[in-house]
Design a protein around this ligand. Structure first.
Ligand code: ADE
Length: 215
């Protein structure tokens, strides 16, 4: 699956996407991530990308021209939907992330900054709007990383163990519930003992215990 990310802060993504599971997924060609700097598309001689809102009010807005040119260029190389990250969008859930992974070969993710973007970009080019929760971040970059991470986990092969995403919290197999508690060695830590059933080797009893301890 391919992700094209449009942002004013490309460097923010380097570290997160260069480690651990997402790095391996990229190296194995399971996901492809390309970052596009919106500022590179500004036709202003000072590469300005923001301006004051019509009607007044606090803060600045991202202007339409650099966003339009950036998205139009990216749409030539990515035929997927344009997703704008905003607290006004549809709340991201397990099901939503899974659907994005199953239904799309690729996504274009647009990160807002300042007080937001010129509405005409939403009217002309945005297909979906996603929020990661009812709080306001300083920009859409962190939210985009959350979407790429949550969606990538559903792409076959990204998690070492194929079954993992289907047995995670919120999955259908767990009836939408949150996972049971996990323990690893040692058997006793700070006086707290691992439940005996988990050390019994009795798989039926272990499965029963886990089912009873879904949250
Ligand atoms: N940009 C700022 N806040 C956000 C949020 N909660 N979700 C998605 N994008 C955002």
């Amino acid at each position: 699956m391919r992700f094209d990310i449009c942002t004013l802060f490309p460097d923010m993504f380097t570290s997160y996407f260069s480690d651990s599971i997402l790095k391996r997924a990229k190296d194995e060609g399971l996901i492809e991530i390309r970052i596009h700097n919106i500022r590179d598309y500004s036709k202003d001689k000072h590469k300005k990308v923001d301006d004051t809102p019509y009607g007044g009010g606090a803060g600045m807005l991202m202007t339409a021209q650099p966003l339009y040119d950036c998205l139009m260029a990216v749409k030539k190389i990515n035929s997927g939907p344009v997703v704008f990250m905003t607290p006004q969008g549809k709340k991201l859930t397990h099901t939503h992330a899974k659907r994005l992974a199953m239904n799309n070969e690729s996504l274009i993710l647009l990160c807002g900054r300042y007080e937001g973007i010129d509405q005409r970009i939403r009217d002309l080019l945005v297909d979906k709007e996603i929020s990661i929760g009812n709080y306001v971040l300083t920009g859409g970059e962190l939210a985009t990383m959350v979407v790429v991470d949550a969606v990538s986990r559903f792409i076959p092969g990204v998690l070492g163990d194929e079954a993992s995403a289907e047995e995670d919290s919120f999955s259908r197999r767990l009836g939408g519930k949150k996972e049971y508690p996990h323990y690893t060695k040692p058997a006793i830590f700070e006086g707290l003992e691992v439940p005996a059933v988990l050390r019994s080797g009795n798989h039926a009893e272990i499965a029963k215990w886990r089912k009873e301890h879904l949250r």
